[in-house]
Design a protein around this ligand. Sequence first.
Ligand SMILES: Cc1cc2nc3c(=O)[nH]c(=O)nc-3n(C[C@H](O)[C@H](O)[C@H](O)COP(=O)(O)OP(=O)(O)OC[C@H]3O[C@@H](n4cnc5c(N)ncnc54)[C@H](O)[C@@H]3O)c2cc1C
Length: 292
Amino acid sequence: MKPAPFDYCCPDSIDEAIEVLAANAGDAKLMAGGQSLTPMLNFRVVRPALIIDISRLLELEYVRERTDGGLTIGALTRHRILETSELVASRFPVIPETMVNVAHLAIRNRGTIGGSLSHADPAAELPMLTRLLDAQIVARSVRGERQIPADEFFVAPLTSALGDDEIVVRVELPGLPAGMGWCFQEFARRAGDFALAAVGVLLDVHDGTIREARVAMMGVGDTPLRRPEAEAALVGKSLSDGVVADAVRAACQTLEPNADLHASPEFRRHLAGVLMERTLRTAWQRAAGVKV
Ligand SMILES: Cc1cc2nc3c(=O)[nH]c(=O)nc-3n(C[C@H](O)[C@H](O)[C@H](O)COP(=O)(O)OP(=O)(O)OC[C@H]3O[C@@H](n4cnc5c(N)ncnc54)[C@H](O)[C@@H]3O)c2cc1C
């Protein structure tokens, strides 16, 4: 199929894009890399009267250091940059480990962080990473700028907390404690497919005891998830087999994955548990300085 007819504009600045969006709120769609929007247009899942092409707004394409050891990432930063940037890898090694799983190289060359977060696919890697990393997503409109915590941003499948007149302009990632162990793993039927389930883990370990634990999952709920029950089961402990089993149980017993053509809820829950055990063990080793 081909898209329904639409008008097209290509603003020269973010301010112009925001004004055009406000004047057409509800009837317009932003286009960043077009990697999710184009299929939705072709299938006529969306029929906007106007496409606002922001793909050439270089002012939104950057990765900048924050003084707290974190990063500020512009909304038009491509997936491929997050996969290959040495600065990103030095501060958040879990990001490149995750990004190689996003679709295929051609899509990673075009797709953007702002587009992926706004699209809010519950099986997409970047939304899950923002939850794992306690990100703030910054949106701008003619009404001003606001920061939305990642844990409030993803509302339902393909639905975010963004208003019709808002553009994601950047993502703030606060710095992590030095030496934090990390790991991301997913299971997909073929390389490049959306994952059936995935888990990301961060462990801050001191003197053999977990001081902070973060566990995030995707593909097993309507939005990317954090598992606070599992995090509580890990803090103050050393990573024994029993602690792993308790944490996995705490994370998975309340999961309610959806059934679809690809997997049953039981299979997705099982995958989440297996992936969580593996990611916990790898993050623990990395926190101890082992190269895994
Ligand atoms: C075959 C295929 C496989 C894929 N596999 C995966 C996968 O395994 N994992 C994964 O995570 N993704 C996957 N994707 C999606 C891909 O990662 C996209 O790059 C991602 O969804 C974002 O696309 P985009 O940046 O091109 O945004 P677009 O497609 O241009 O836009 C997507 C949506 O976000 C809105 N939008 C875009 N930018 C902004 C902004 N700055 N502010 C507000 N709204 C905005 C648009 O209006 C639109 O509604 C796949 C895509 C394809 C085609």
